[in-house]
Write a protein that binds this ligand. Structure first.
Ligand code: KG4
Ligand code: ZN
Length: 369
């Protein structure tokens, strides 16, 4: 059996990640790809003191870390660089200088080894992440991508055939979590912190809005919800400083905010399924870690007779395994990239304008316009 060894690099934001995947050249019903290693070196502690991602720091650290991570990946996989058949990297969307570091490294490796290069769309990586350990991508299905930069409802008829059914009209879901976390004085990134606090709070304590629920399209909007949390703070304490708000009230705010986001995402996911007639829903992106989202989608899908495919936790936030798995599908289709293929910070999944207004990168270096 002919095997491919694919090394992939992910460097679109604040995680430096390298993975090596081994898989048969041709898709086989009985053989899933074998993930030989998946290393994620998170820069989160570095950016935390700035309250968000600092693009310059991110790219400098990708550049410093990648050679070590590539050596480590080859060691963990028991391979020499010459054993690699394909070098792949995320080519967008993301922070431009961060993308350039990962893609230039993969291109240099490909050039040195005389092997092909494959540029991968980060969003397609997320979309494929629930299937990394399956022998076959279940199609057709609805993909719900909920990350720090995007909220997309996608009709996937086959690998590479995507129709955008809906998206966020303003903040992405993860971006809303991060901004609300910041408002409540929680450390960056807000998503996991809000999730933890919400588990200790009452989701009915505050009545926050659920926008666009009566619109038939599966579009979502979180900016009104975010503003509503902001306007609630001065009602709880003069000046609205979260440090003056009791711990339990912060937990209740987190739970009520999270419930509003989850109600909207679940409601709109069910709408996308009805509209398209699809019977499979696949969730992906950093926000797919969220415990309430996972359980509420599980309940809704079960009662609608829909199969729900959740990504393993290690494949939810940014990782290179999803980039390697997407590169594998492209290699099987003969979709290799030229070495002069540029990165694109605004790369879309479907050719339509599907980015959120502020692109989710809410660090001090790139505040939304
Ligand atoms: O997919 P990802 O790693 O990066 C992007 O491509 O944007 O997603 C990161 C986002 C952040 O906004 C983070 O706060 C959010 O995912 N996130 C969560 C949770 N874990 C991460 N949001 C809600 N609940 C969580 N448990
Ligand atoms: Zn991502």
């Amino acid at each position: 059996m002919d095997l491919l060894h694919i090394l992939a690099i992910e460097s679109s934001c604040d995680e430096t990640a390298v993975a090596i995947l081994r898989a048969p050249k041709e898709e086989r019903e009985d053989a899933a790809a074998e993930l030989l290693c998946s290393i994620i070196s998170s820069q989160v502690p570095l950016h935390r003191e700035y309250g968000g991602v600092v693009p310059e720091l991110a790219s400098r650290n990708h550049s410093a870390d990648l050679p070590r991570l590539i050596r480590q990946a080859c060691r963990e996989a028991g391979l020499q660089p010459r054993d690699l058949d394909i070098c792949a990297a995320t080519a967008g969307p993301g922070l431009v200088a961060a993308l350039l570091i990962g893609s230039s490294t993969a291109k240099g490796l490909a050039l040195g080894l005389g092997k092909p290069y494959i540029a991968v769309n980060h969003l397609e990586g997320h979309l494929m992440s629930p299937f990394i350990t399956l022998p076959k991508i279940p199609c057709p299905h609805i993909g719900l991508v909920v990350s720090g930069g995007h909220t997309l409802f996608v009709d996937v008829s086959a690998f590479g055939s995507y129709k955008l059914l809906g998206r966020s009209l303003d903040d992405a879901a993860g971006e809303a979590f991060d901004k609300v976390g910041k408002m409540l004085g929680l450390p960056y990134p807000g998503g996991p912190e809000v999730d933890k606090r919400a588990a200790l709070g009452n989701p009915r304590a505050f009545d926050f809005p659920r926008a666009l629920m009566h619109e038939p399209q599966p579009n979502v909007s979180f900016s009104g919800l975010k503003t509503s949390v902001l306007y609630t703070l001065p009602k709880l304490t003069p000046g609205g400083n979260p440090a003056d708000i009791p711990e339990q009230t912060i937990n209740d705010l987190c739970a009520s905010f999270q419930k509003a986001v989850v109600d909207v995402l679940v409601g709109k996911a069910m709408r996308a399924l009805e509209m398209s007639g699809r019977r499979i829903l696949a969730l992906s992106g950093g926000v797919s870690c969220n415990s309430m989202l996972r359980s509420q989608l599980g309940t809704a899908c079960e009662s609608a007779g829909v199969r729900l495919i959740l990504p393993e936790y290690r494949f939810t936030t940014d990782n290179a395994a999803m980039i390697a798995f997407t590169a594998l599908q492209k290699a099987r289709n003969g979709q290799f990239s030229p070495l002069d293929r540029d990165v694109d910070p605004n790369l879309s999944l479907t050719g339509e304008h599907n980015r959120s207004k502020s692109d989710g990168n809410t660090g001090p270096g790139n505040e939304p316009a």
